[in-house]
Write a protein that binds this ligand. Structure first.
Ligand SMILES: *Cc1c(COP(=O)(O)O)cnc(C)c1O
Length: 429
């Protein structure tokens, strides 16, 4: 119904040549049970599918496009860089510039290493943490996502004290046994694991505001508690700010709450829509990374001039304009208008928001951890997704993802969105 002929044809062909027809699983629209849309171009707040249909976009490439699609200055910066060569395999000035911008924006980061994805950033960060502490175990949280590295595709075992179990085949038991899993917003679950195995835990890795089980905000004592516990046990605290870095403000969520992790992982916004990741932190830790130190980590295309150009232009614009205020106000407007519309109607919708990022959950629970996320009605989300798409609005094709507002969105887009939500709810109620 929603997908046009050409998207349907392309998806069939794609499945012949690529596993599931896509290069990243969620794109296949499996959790919403529809044919995925193939996109031919995007501009500002809009994406256009190969059948010529226009959509107001809240996916924004899963977060990087804080300035909107094809921002003229970012496109120009990439084009200029490309004209000078797409990759040198040698140092270039643009890397130094992006590294300086990151170090200046994050008080906790003295030195930073560029990589090509968020996945690489988190994998490398735990390697350094393990080398620094000379310990092997890491602790993560149920519902947090840190890319697809073996150590992170782990969920809690049956008992809290047991090692984690893989969420994917192909992960060796030995690797899984080194990852412990605690509950987000539950310091007790962290304390218990540390009481048992604290002297073996190299690092706690956490999304300071969780964005991969939908948006779940940390309660006030959670992050300070993690900082205390890790310090007490000589473990490192790693903030995975791949989504939140330069999204919640010029810097990270850590700047908003005034907590300094030992290491920070970045990605998404710092690449301005090109493939980039980065990890950085205190000098004494980062100086372990080769060639300064013995911890090996490298990349053929790392710090390549195109990605650096897109990242630098994006951060430059963010630094000298009021983008954060503007997109935050749009977020507020959306929340307030929705609240008005949602009063007195039967379908319960929990709305979590942090500035320009937000999630809706069809539940009457307050959504504050993985368990409450799981109370959301996924069938209802399917219907919601389809209805919004029919009405020309593109949401993430999964109930447990975050929507993003970009600088290219405006108040008319917000009103359009609220109208579409109301229209869905009227029919659903
Ligand atoms: C997207 C994401 C990653 C992985 O980044 P990729 O570039 O997709 O490898 C890691 N951590 C968080 C919090 C993310 O949102």
């Amino acid at each position: 119904m929603t997908a046009g002929e050409k998207s349907i044809r392309l998806y069939q062909e794609a499945q012949q040549y690529m596993p599931g027809g896509v290069n990243s699983p969620v794109r296949a629209f499996k959790s919403v049970g529809l044919n995925p849309l193939f996109i031919s171009r995007a501009q500002g707040s809009r994406v256009y599918d190969v059948d010529g249909k226009e959509y107001l976009d809240y996916v924004c490439s899963w977060g990087p496009l804080i300035l909107g699609h094809a921002h003229p200055q970012v496109v120009e910066a990439v084009a200029q860089a490309a004209a000078h060569g797409t990759s040198y395999g040698a140092p270039c000035e643009q890397e130094v510039e992006l590294a300086r911008r990151i170090c200046e924006a994050f008080p906790s980061i003295d030195k930073v290493r560029m990589v090509n994805s968020g996945t690489e950033a988190t994998m490398s960060a735990i390697r350094v943490a393990r080398a620094f502490t000379e310990r092997n175990k890491i602790l993560k949280f149920e519902g947090c996502y840190h890319g697809h590295g073996d150590s992170f595709l782990i969920k809690a075992g049956s008992g809290l004290m047991t090692a984690g179990v893989p969420t994917s085949p192909g992960i060796p038991e030995g690797t899984a046994s080194q990852t412990l899993v605690a509950r987000f917003n539950d310091l007790g679950s962290v304390e218990r694991l540390f009481a048992e195995q604290g002297d073996e835990i190299a690092a706690v890795i956490v999304e300071p505001a969780a964005g991969n089980m939908g948006l779940v905000l940390p309660e006030p004592d959670f992050l300070p508690g993690l900082r205390n516990i890790t310090e007490n046990y000589g473990s490192l605290l790693i903030f995975d700010e791949v989504i939140t870095g330069f999204r919640v403000g010029y810097g990270g969520y850590q700047n908003l709450v005034g907590i300094e992790p030992d290491l920070t992982c970045l990605g998404k916004v710092i690449g301005g829509g090109l493939p980039v990741g980065a990890y950085g932190g205190r000098q004494e830790i980062m100086d372990l990374v080769a060639p300064q130190g013995p911890v090996y980590q490298a990349g053929t295309l790392s710090g390549n001039p195109l990605a650096m150009a897109a990242g630098n232009m994006t951060l430059d614009i963010l630094a000298r304009t009021d983008v954060y205020d503007e997109i935050g106000e749009l977020g507020t407007a959306l929340e307030e208008q929705l609240r008005d519309r949602l009063a007195n109607q039967p379908v319960k919708l929990a709305f979590n928001r942090l500035g320009s990022m937000f999630s809706w959950f069809f539940t009457d629970c307050k959504v504050r951890d993985y368990d409450s996320v799981m109370t959301a009605d996924t069938e209802r989300y399917k219907a919601f997704f389809a209805s919004m798409l029919e009405q020309g609005i593109s949401l993430p094709p999964s109930p447990f993802e975050v929507c993003f507002i970009s600088a290219a969105h405006n108040i008319n887009d917000i009103e359009l969105t609220v109208k579409a939500v109301s229209s869905f709810l009227e029919r659903a109620g």
